[in-house]
Design a protein. Structure first.
Length: 253
């Protein structure tokens, strides 16, 4: 383990083997860092939530997965409830100046580029990529393998394996990302069919996804997880432009 003399590790923090804490980084009490986490200068882990109703005596923290890299000036707020954690998975890369608010849940192998802002209770699936300056509204879910364009403003849920940019603008499937995962061609084709089953100009996406699942035509784990994503959440869903005027139960900008 390497801790620079000016790094601040508050009482109660737990650091595993081979962590590196650079100059002027702060690791708050109740933070838990798995092995080989790297925290760069001026990052602050476990600061109080930016919530006017928060009781600073609450014993909450932050959990960081193994081998995650946290660059300069990143801020990760601790959770709002006692004995709960804001969570970052393993092998993530959080670039300079991004903010992860209280109670967020970030999966593994996620890349969050410079100056991305995540509001409270946001969920990010494994292998997602968030482009620089993207802003994500509270309680939004970003699915597995999603790519969010730089400067995007997201206030609805983004289904797995898709590409979204601008203001809730769904572009299509993240085909490049899917190919890089080495999935079998049959699985890729099934994901495409699942996507097109929901890419309708009218209709409720929750109902369309449920109907597609009932057909039994989708058997791969990936295609089913895409469709099952629409069975939960509270923010509504991004849609392609031609479907933007359709009824979308649960949407709440």
């Amino acid at each position: 383990m390497q801790i620079h003399p000016s790094g601040l590790i508050q009482e109660g923090a737990r650091l595993s083997a081979d962590c590196i804490i650079h100059a002027y980084a702060v690791v708050g009490g109740h933070c838990e860092l798995a092995e080989s986490v790297v925290v760069h200068p001026f990052a602050v882990l476990g600061g109080d939530p930016q919530d006017l109703g928060f009781d600073t005596r609450t014993a909450s923290g932050v959990r960081i997965g193994a081998r995650t890299i946290i660059r300069e000036h990143v801020t990760i707020s601790r959770a709002t409830k006692a004995d709960s954690f804001t969570e970052i998975g393993a092998d993530c890369f959080l670039m300079a100046g991004c903010h992860v608010a209280h109670d967020c849940r970030i999966g593994s192998r996620v890349i969050i580029a410079n100056a991305v802002l995540l509001a409270g209770h946001v969920q990010i699936g494994d292998r997602a990529f968030l482009g620089g300056g993207a802003v994500i509204h509270q309680f939004c879910r970003i699915g597995e393998g999603v790519m969010i364009g730089g400067g995007a403003r997201i206030s609805r849920d983004v289904a797995p394996f898709t590409l979204t940019t601008e203001r809730n603008a769904l572009i299509g499937l993240n085909v490049v990302g899917l190919r890089r995962r080495g999935l079998e061609r049959s699985v890729l084709e099934e994901i495409k069919r699942a996507f097109h089953a929901l890419d309708a100009p009218v209709g409720n996406l929750r109902e369309l996804a449920a109907a597609a699942l009932r057909t039994g035509a989708f058997t791969s784990t990936e295609a089913r997880s895409f469709l099952e994503f629409f069975q939960s959440g509270r923010r509504g869903f991004v849609r392609t432009r031609r479907g933007a005027g359709a009824d979308d139960a649960g949407d709440s900008d």
